[in-house]
Design a protein around this ligand. Structure first.
Ligand code: OSB
Ligand code: MG
Length: 388
């Protein structure tokens, strides 16, 4: 590994500190093209909290997206809670700093426990602002060399195997390079067997349980080994690192963690325990893109394959993820699908598309999107201004 490889997140340590002037907290309501069912619930629309930060003399602006879902079912965070903690606990601390950079946001907010998705949305808005002010793309700033990344798709639980196979065939026809099936007890071995038969042995396939299993399910999950899966994602509860390590010894399919990996420190422990053979990296879950890059660097140094997860992002988060996923440690296809996989209309000017199974790495200044203001206004349900 060259010296260059250790500087992915340090790039932002030299940004110009600026005063935070004004922040808009906007909620948007976006219907999903089709219900998305997981072991933790069914999403039919997305209530997204967006952050627009104005810095400097008000001439610098940046946007962030909070990935918290409506209910605290994937993790403890939820959009109403994130909105409240940003307004009442996080922004007052940032306004009190006088001036700051994106790289300082984590440290300034460290006295507040948890709330990673809320913190990440703020750091993201500042990152976007700094990058726009310096006329640089996120991908360029972190040293991404590739121009596109392979695109994977996450497929929800369906009412029948036939309905699942029809959905998967549609995504195969769209060109997706990897299929991820949501599983839960009662919807696991049979759908995986059917999909493997449909897509053949050469299309990468993986599963995601979103914590739906128990420590005693090792023998059951080992039945999945015969289907040559890339990985089993988060079979056990978030805090059960030891259980995941035990499971990793019982099944041959690699165990991948999502919900459990909340920081670089937890990731280091999970790797040391043998609980994390592959890592799903989601910037919101870990407190921001800079911590996500640090986890990427850690995994790369340990030879742990990683991929970029998704949280049903709008074009804002989707663009930023497509930049992040260009880093060299992201050796597996991420959950970065075309915007159209989830949304009829996006709130950015050039929604992410899939071409030849790949998504282009955005290279425009900032995190890689331009807001479509008319589209954004048409889905906005509330807008509040917070200033220091
Ligand atoms: O567990 O990866 C997950 C969506 C919402 C919450 C959690 C997860 C997911 C997905 C979809 O699997 C990922 C995406 O394509 O955005
Ligand atoms: Mg997951």
């Amino acid at each position: 590994m060259s010296d260059h490889d250790h500087t992915h997140s340090d790039m932002f340590g030299h940004s110009t500190p600026r005063p935070l002037r004004r922040v808009e907290l906007r909620r948007v309501d976006m219907p999903l093209v089709t219900p998305f069912r997981t072991s933790f619930g069914i999403e039919t629309r997305r209530d997204v909290l967006l952050v627009r930060a104005e810095l400097g003399d008000g001439d610098v602006e940046g946007w962030g997206e909070c990935v918290a879902l409506s209910e605290p079912a994937y993790s403890a965070e939820y959009v109403e809670g994130a909105h409240a903690v940003i307004e009442h606990h996080l922004l007052p601390r940032l306004f009190a700093t006088g001036e700051l950079t994106a790289a300082q946001v984590g440290a300034e907010l460290a006295s507040i426990h948890g709330h990673h998705m809320a913190k990440a949305a703020l750091e993201m808005a500042l990152l976007d602002a700094e990058l726009r002010a310096s006329d640089q793309s996120f991908a360029d700033a972190i040293g991404v060399e590739v121009t596109s990344i392979p695109s994977g798709v996450s497929v929800g639980i369906h009412d029948s195997i036939d309905a699942l196979l029809a959905a998967v065939q549609g995504y195969i026809d769209d060109g997706y390079m990897r299929i991820k099936l949501k599983i839960q007890p009662g919807w696991d071995i049979e759908p995986v067997a059917a999909v493997r038969t449909l897509i053949g042995p050469d299309t990468p396939l993986q599963v995601d349980a979103n914590t739906a299993y128990q420590r005693t399910d090792g023998a059951h999950l080992a039945q999945l080994d015969q289907y040559d899966l890339l990985l089993i994602e988060q079979p056990l509860p978030e805090h059960d690192l030891l259980g995941h390590a035990q499971l990793a010894a019982e099944v041959t399919t690699p165990i991948c963690l999502d919900e459990s990996l909340t920081s670089v420190a937890v990731t280091a422990d999970a790797i040391a325990l043998g609980a994390c053979e592959i890592a799903n990296i989601k910037p919101g879950r870990v407190g921001g893109y800079l911590e996500a890059i640090r986890i990427h660097d850690l995994c790369r140094a340990h030879g742990i394959p990683t991929w970029c997860g998704g949280m049903l992002e709008t074009g804002i988060g989707r663009a930023a993820n497509a930049g992040l996923a260009g880093l060299p440690g992201f050796t597996l296809p991420g959950d970065i699908s075309a915007a159209s996989r989830f949304y009829e209309t996006d709130i950015v000017a050039s929604p992410i598309t899939i071409s030849d199974g790949h998504v282009a790495v955005p290279r425009s200044p900032g995190l890689g999107f331009e807001i479509d203001h008319a589209a954004l206004d048409s889905v906005t349900t509330s807008l509040a201004v917070v200033s220091g």
